[in-house]
Design a protein around this ligand. Structure first.
Ligand SMILES: *Cc1c(COP(=O)(O)O)cnc(C)c1O
Length: 252
C-alpha cells in the first residue's frame, strides 16, 4: 500500500508546510530569473494518491488550488474537504479550486462537471460537449485547458499541435465552458535548454491560437511545468505549474 506509506511518512504538517515554502521560493526565483513577476505563475498542488489530511495541511499553509487525476478518488476528497470547510473553525478560509488533470472517460464526465472548477485534460470534442451539457446550472462555467501532445508521444493523451486550433475554436463556443488555455506534459528532457525549448513550442502554439482569433476570449493560461521542470517551464512562459512530488513527496 504505497498510498498509505506516503501518508505515514509525508503528511506531517511540518513536512508539507516546508516543502510548499520551498516550491514557492523556487517558483519566485525562476520567475525573477526570467524577468517575470513572481505572482505571474500560479501553483497547482497535485494531491493525487494523497489523502484529505495532506490536502488540509497544504490548505493550512495557504494553498487553495489542487490538481487531481483519478476522478473517483478526487470526488471523495473534494467532498471531505467541503465538509471540513463547513466546520465553524474554518469560517475564514478561502474557497478551494479543484482542477482535473487526468484522462477522462466519457462515463466520468458528469462527475467531473459536477465537482471540479477546472478541467485541464480535454483533448477531444466529445468530452468537451458532455462537460458543457452536464455542468450544473447553479455552478459557474467550467474553466478549460486543452491538453496538447506537444512532443508527439505515440501513446500519450492530448490533441496534436496541428488539430488544436480547430478544437479550440469549437470548444470556445460551448455555453457552459470557458476555454482558458493549453496544458502539456512533455517527456522528461535531459537538460534545462531542451526542456525550455519544448515548453516554448506550447507557448508559441497558444500565441498562434490567439492570433487566429475566433475565440470567445483570448487564452491566458499556459499550464506547464511539474516538480522536475518548473524552471524551464517558467522561463518559457508558464502561468501555472502543477507540482505533486516536491510538495507531498513520492507516490511510490
Ligand atoms: C502527477 C502529475 C503532475 C505532478 O507531477 P510531479 O512530478 O509529482 O510534480 C503534474 N501534472 C500532471 C498532469 C500529473 O499527472
Amino acid at each position: 500500500m504505497t498510498t498509505h506509506q506516503n501518508l505515514e511518512v509525508l503528511s506531517s504538517p511540518a513536512a508539507i508546510a516546508s516543502q510548499l515554502a520551498k516550491v514557492r521560493q523556487h517558483i519566485a526565483e525562476a520567475a525573477m530569473a526570467a524577468g517575470r513577476a513572481p505572482g505571474s505563475v500560479r501553483l497547482l498542488a497535485v494531491s493525487k494518491t494523497f489523502g484529505a489530511d495532506a490536502v488540509i495541511e497544504a490548505v493550512q499553509s495557504g494553498q487553495t488550488a489542487f490538481g487531481e487525476n483519478y476522478i473517483q478518488e478526487a470526488v471523495e476528497k473534494i467532498q471531505a474537504l467541503r465538509q471540513w470547510l463547513a466546520e465553524p473553525a474554518q469560517s475564514g478560509q478561502a474557497a478551494l479550486e479543484w482542477h482535473c488533470i487526468g484522462p477522462i472517460q466519457s462515463n466520468k464526465t458528469r462527475l467531473v462537471a459536477e465537482h471540479f472548477d477546472w478541467v485541464q485534460s480535454v483533448d477531444r470534442l466529445k468530452i468537451a460537449q458532455r462537460l458543457s451539457e452536464q455542468r450544473p446550472a447553479d455552478l459557474p462555467p467550467l474553466q478549460i485547458c486543452l491538453q496538447v501532445n506537444i512532443d508527439g508521444g505515440a501513446n500519450k493523451s492530448g490533441v496534436s499541435p496541428e488539430d488544436v486550433l480547430a478544437l479550440a475554436q469549437v470548444v470556445s463556443s460551448l455555453p457552459r465552458l470557458v476555454l482558458r488555455g493549453l496544458m502539456a506534459i512533455p517527456e522528461p528532457a535531459p537538460d534545462h535548454a531542451s526542456a525550455r525549448a519544448v515548453h516554448a513550442r506550447t507557448a508559441a502554439l497558444m500565441a498562434q491560437i490567439n492570433a487566429a482569433g475566433g475565440l470567445s476570449q483570448p487564452l491566458d493560461t499556459l499550464s506547464m511545468g511539474m516538480s522536475a521542470d518548473l524552471a524551464p517551464a517558467i522561463a518559457a512562459g508558464s502561468t501555472m505549474v502543477r507540482v505533486g512530488t516536491a510538495i507531498f513527496g513520492g507516490r511510490g
